[in-house]
Design a protein around this ligand. Structure first.
Ligand SMILES: [Zn+2]
Length: 175
């Protein structure tokens, strides 16, 4: 089932998500819907708050732009960056900000501890685009959006561009 994606400035995008404690069929079906929604929107990642659910679940699949090093779909529950090093600058976009993209600086290599949909503990070692994508999605679980990683000026300019493309979202922002 494809879920509607919340666009900025939906307030759900700035709220922190809760830890997932129950690993049941409902969670598995939600994770499947998240993946289906991500693929149908041609995204590389999606976080639960982007479909209005404040729980710590993200899906990522960067294979469309990283075919040399295929990982396929990864579903991460309660993900946490346990170590980070290096630096990468990548032009990031976001399904909650369609039409805009901006360069963001992040650690290039991360180790992420997470749980599978079955509740098993795992570790993901990611670098490059996969690392960027996982960090971007984990930010969503903390109510942080990629525009928050920009300088004040860049943030203002990026939002101005976004509102120009989506006047209906600008109206919501003004309320
Ligand atoms: Zn995003």
């Amino acid at each position: 089932m494809i879920l509607p994606i919340r666009l900025w400035p939906d307030p759900v995008l700035t709220k922190p998500s809760s830890t997932i404690e129950v690993f049941d069929d409902e969670l598995r079906s939600f994770a499947e819907n998240m993946a289906e929604t991500m693929y149908s929107a041609n995204g590389l990642g999606l976080a639960a708050p982007q479909v209005g659910e404040l729980r710590r679940l993200i899906v990522v699949d960067v294979d469309p732009i990283d075919q040399e090093n295929p990982h396929g779909l990864i579903t991460l529950i309660n993900p946490r960056v346990s170590s980070a090093k290096g630096q990468i600058i990548w032009e990031e976009g976001c399904l909650s900000f369609p039409g805009v993209a901006e360069k963001v600086k992040r650690p290039n290599q991360v180790v992420v501890e997470y749980q599978t949909v079955e509740g098993e503990r795992r570790e993901l070692r990611a670098e490059g685009i996969l690392s960027v994508c996982v960090q971007h999605e984990i930010d969503h679980l903390n109510g942080v959006n990629f525009i928050d990683r920009l300088s004040r000026l860049k943030r203002t300019l990026t939002l101005r561009e976004f509102y120009k493309l989506h006047p209906e979202q600008a109206k919501i922002a003004k309320k």
